[in-house]
Design a binder for this molecule. Structure first.
Ligand code: NAD
Length: 478
């Protein structure tokens, strides 16, 4: 999954794409003069109402297309995103526009989303037959779906949601984060163009040119939008859940990793550093704190340093770092979210090279680095008396999000205890967090992990309605 385009050529392609959006397109993020939506806008509209109307029209066409045709559109999305230039542009643009994450990791995530998000095979029909005939239970479209996407995974979420929703026979109106506006426009237009060229209905994937909170509110209230999906922080999840419509909420986490004395410590260290530093720690599933038992604590630290972590020992420097990266409300300062360890350390006068992927430190359980979802490559470690204390503290620190957790152990009793107690959507045993998304683990990727509403790792059927179709007294062949 590595990138091979010449960096200079890539730079030119990104510059070209940004320039194009800044001229014709970029009424995008600047003030928008209300121009009528032209067909060549490829899914990008001046008003949210126009984006929804076009989406409804597209959905009406899609509704009468058979599943194999929907699979064809899904394949077009996959193929388009996997084109080398598209993949590299969206991955580069996302990092440049949002200032979040690492290019190589965006390539990995976008590739996983494009290649492995489930398609129509996810929609399995059940049938019941008996003396009175046959009844089919099928996954059917909701219609137009309004999907709100985060700054942290702007393109991954658009790719993943589009595949799932269109496989399910829906169309989608995206409301991206304003800080990922240009990247989202580029991707929506690229996908629509490819779909239309392949013969798909126009505007299966739409968005407003200039995303705002007002536009999102309007989308939430629009009666043509039959389902809402929010991938983001607690505010937007709460908002869609209070909308009175069917809503899927994929909210925040604060995933802990527990390491006990029975674990393969060298491997655990590798896995934790890899998972926690992946895309500079912005994935909602990434290890955000570690609880390790005392007897292996120091050895784990040594191995983590060997795996690319940089340790800060001085208490004063740890506090200086906290003041640097936190805001007055005790949350992460936006300008440090998704920045590299090298960048963050430089701001406190510590120079390291880019092979240092993660900043680690020993703190106590109540330290704000432990208790807060920071989304930056800073990983606090807490020394615990024993595995039961580590599990208890991990549970407490996850704050009931029931999102994700990891454990490194060979003690099946304790692995089972933690898995049960945490009640998280994703629980990874003896692997990095991203194994929970099918990256190096079994399963499939999703970028909308719906803990609060219970769909879990969303797939096409999450965006469908269960309907039944009854034929009385016939077609029972038993
Ligand atoms: P965010 O909540 O700031 O923004 C998410 C989206 O909601 C954006 O499009 C934003 O514009 C919109 N939004 C936020 N508040 C709104 C409001 N009041 N009205 C209308 N729209 C609003 O989150 P973010 O910083 O972009 O993303 C990071 C958060 O998302 C983290 O908490 C992370 O854990 C979570 N996340 C969860 C998942 C998951 O699958 N569960 C996936 C990715 C990110």
């Amino acid at each position: 999954m590595s990138a091979t385009i010449d960096p200079e050529v890539l730079q030119q392609l990104v510059a070209q794409a940004v320039k194009q959006l800044q001229t014709e397109g970029s009424r995008p993020c600047a003030a928008a003069a209300a121009a009528p939506a032209a067909k060549e806008e490829y899914g990008v509209f001046e008003t949210i109402g126009a984006a929804i109307d076009a989406s409804a029209e597209a959905q009406h066409t899609l509704l009468f297309q058979p599943p194999r045709t929907r699979q064809k559109w899904v394949d077009v999305i996959r193929k388009t995103c996997l084109k080398k230039d598209v993949m590299e542009i969206i991955s580069r643009m996302a990092v440049e526009e949002t200032g979040i994450g690492r290019y190589e990791d965006k390539v990995t995530k976008n590739t996983a989303a494009a290649r492995y998000t489930p398609g129509i095979e996810d929609l399995i029909t059940d049938a019941r037959t008996g003396d009175h005939g046959i009844t089919l239970f099928e996954y059917c479209p909701f219609g137009v779906i309004g999907a709100i996407t985060p700054t942290t995974n702007p393109t991954e979420t658009i790719i993943n949601n589009s595949i799932c929703m269109i496989a399910g026979g829906n169309t989608v109106v995206f409301s991206p984060h304003p800080r990922a506006c240009k990247t989202s426009i580029f991707l929506v237009q690229t996908l629509n163009k490819a779909l239309v060229e392949a013969g798909a209905p126009d505007n299966m994937i739409t968005m407003i040119r200039k995303p705002t909170i007002d536009a999102t509110n309007e989308m939430i209230d629009n009666p043509k939008v039959r389902m809402l999906v929010a991938t983001g922080g607690p505010g937007i999840v709460k908002k869609v859940l209070s909308s009175g419509k069917k809503a899927i909420g994929a909210g925040p986490g604060n995933p802990p990793a527990v390491v006990d004395e029975t674990a393969n410590i060298e491997q655990a260290a590798q896995d934790i550093v890899a998972g926690s530093s992946f895309d500079n720690n912005v994935p909602c599933i990434a290890e955000k704190e570690v609880f390790a038992v005392d007897t292996i604590f120091d050895y784990l630290m040594i191995n983590m340093k060997g795996a690319g972590a940089y340790e800060i020992k001085d208490r004063n420097v740890i506090e200086q770092l906290w003041r640097l990266v936190s805001n007055e409300k005790g949350g992460p300062k936006v300008e440090f979210v998704g920045k590299s360890a090298q960048y963050i350390l430089d701001k406190i006068g510590i120079q390291v090279d880019d092979s240092k992927r993660l900043i680690i430190m020993e703190v106590n359980k109540d330290h704000p680095f432990v208790q807060t979802e920071m989304m930056m490559p800073i990983l606090p470690l807490v020394r615990c008396d024993n595995v039961d204390q580590a599990i208890e503290w991990a549970h407490e620190t996850e704050h009931g999000n029931r999102h994700s957790a990891m454990m490194h152990s060979t003690n099946i009793t304790k692995l089972s205890k933690m898995a049960k107690l945490m009640e998280t959507t994703i629980f990874v045993k003896n692997g990095p967090s991203f194994a929970g998304l099918g990256i190096g683990g079994e399963g499939y990727p999703t970028f909308t992990i719906a803990g609060p509403t219970g769909e879990g790792l969303t797939s096409p059927k999450s965006f469908c309605r269960r309907r039944e179709c009854v034929l009385k007294d016939m077609f029972n062949i038993r």
